[in-house]
Design a protein around this ligand. Structure first.
Ligand code: ATP
Length: 439
């Protein structure tokens, strides 16, 4: 039997403009003769006292028609996903809202997307992943803020517990394995005993293998985008889940140290280079695969159906990072141009990984040296030569491969401060032309 509690005050914790909007949407629900609810993470976060941004609404009735009515009234952007009976609205101020028809889902085959049929709000809540996410609050006038807690979501929030709604939950949708770990780590909750048993049981099968690349990638990257993914990664290792990225991917102490050092590397990087935006989740994937061979990394890229950009970053993260790190820190001082040449082909994510690797080695002096190199490199990489190919031509040099060599040497000289003006660049080139003889 549904537990109903009237808690309008809880919704009032949302920003005033959002509360006004939700009240208006509730009135629209009455006008159109349907019950409207906010559901899922919004309600959970309100009960936890956390700020929440995304709004998920469920409508007992035609959710898409309702979404169109809201979109018309507020002149929002609208994207409709007929197959899932959902629509996404983006309000002129940037607020995002998903509106769905309340429905039941049936899984013809484990791990594939379900078939959807409209149903009551109670059934809609039953199809959800965990009790803490199976909560709703009604928006219609007179019922505004009424909390619908059919499956003990509030009890589990108080007990700080993640619990599935039924025994087949992980089999129906193995992405819930990753979602469980995500919420467990984010909120510092525990997996309820039976839920942990079911999760471990599902994780021990090959169900996750049946997830498509984009769905697996989405879950992994969402997990690694959390505030502190290091414990989540340890949990994945404990449950032997890396094998779904690659059967040879494991979590030895050396890799664990690098992963654990990533947050410190991020913190230093963000302080020093606040404008150089890093794809943080990808850095964790790179750290995890930092001792893997290029073939294993290529297979992970394929399994996760990575974009070309993600693939380029991840491919730069293997053992070559160790080779570059060795050359940077094992010899005496390098010239700025030598540092530039070593780092110029690496994406910024690989630079952060380089730093994390050095942090994990706990060698203070070398870490300071590497930091100095990185600071110098980030400045030096914006340096350009004044002269270009056409200037070389005007100086009498025939176009050909030597242009690249000369301009490269010229850039090095600029970076090292050997030449500092266009006039000095010209003199530098003249001198080399003399050395090269008649080209
Ligand atoms: P977050 O705070 O990370 O956005 P959320 O709970 O809002 O968490 P969403 O992924 O936005 O999560 O999903 C919204 C709601 O949809 C969830 O609260 C949950 O009720 C339901 N949901 C999402 N994914 C699943 C799933 N794989 N299986 C069952 N229910 C799900």
């Amino acid at each position: 039997m549904a537990k109903l509690t009237h808690r309008p005050a809880l919704l009032e914790r949302l920003p005033a403009r959002v509360v006004r909007l939700l009240r208006e949407i509730g009135r629209l629900g009455d006008e159109r003769g349907c019950r409207v609810y906010v559901v899922g993470g919004v309600v959970r976060d309100l009960l936890l006292g956390h700020a929440t941004l995304d709004l998920d609404l469920s409508v007992e009735g035609d959710g898409i028609a309702f979404a169109r009515a809201v979109a018309d009234r507020y002149r929002t952007g609208l994207a409709v996903f007929e197959r899932f009976a959902t629509a996404r609205l983006v309000f002129p101020d940037g607020l995002k809202m998903d509106i769905a028809t309340t429905r039941r889902e049936s899984y013809a085959q484990p791990a594939l997307l379900p078939t959807v049929e409209s149903a009551s709000i109670e059934e809609d809540l039953y199809r959800r992943d965990f009790t803490i996410n199976a909560l709703a609050m009604q928006l219609n006038p007179g019922q505004f803020g009424r909390l619908l807690d059919v499956y003990g979501g509030r009890r589990d929030l108080r007990a700080r517990t993640i619990r599935v709604l039924h025994a087949g939950s992980f089999q129906d949708d193995p992405t819930r394995i990753f979602r469980a770990i995500r919420f467990e780590q984010r909120f510092g909750f525990r997996l309820e005993r039976e839920t942990l048993r079911l999760l471990a049981q599902a994780a021990a099968t090959n169900l996750i293998q049946q997830l498509s690349g984009p769905r697996l990638q989405n879950e992994i990257l969402l997990l690694f985008a959390e505030q502190d993914p290091v414990r989540a990664i340890a949990r994945l290792a404990q449950l032997n889940l890396f094998r779904f990225l690659h059967r040879r991917l494991s979590y030895p102490t050396s890799v664990r140290r690098v992963v654990t050092a990533v947050p410190r590397a991020f913190a230093w990087w963000a302080r020093r280079f606040p404008d150089a935006v890093i794809d943080r989740p990808i850095v964790y994937v790179m750290a995890l695969s930092s001792e893997s061979s290029p073939a294993v990394i290529a297979a992970i890229i394929k399994r996760l159906a990575c974009s070309r950009e993600q693939a380029t970053k991840m491919s730069a993260g293997g053992k070559q990072v160790d080779r570059i790190l060795k050359r940077l820190t094992d010899r005496g001082a390098l010239r700025p141009s030598q540092v530039y040449r070593l780092l110029a082909d690496l994406p910024d994510e690989a630079l952060v990984l380089l730093l994390a690797k050095q942090v994990s080695r706990q060698q203070g002096t070398r870490l300071n040296l590497l930091r100095r190199y990185l600071v110098a490199y980030m400045t030096n990489r914006t340096i350009k030569t004044s002269l270009m190919g056409r200037d070389l031509q005007a100086m009498g040099l025939k176009p050909g491969p030597q242009y690249k060599t000369i301009l490269g040497k010229l850039l090095d000289a600029r970076i090292d401060g050997v030449v500092t003006s266009e006039a000095e660049e010209r003199a530098f080139v003249q001198k080399r032309l003399g050395v090269l003889g008649d080209c």
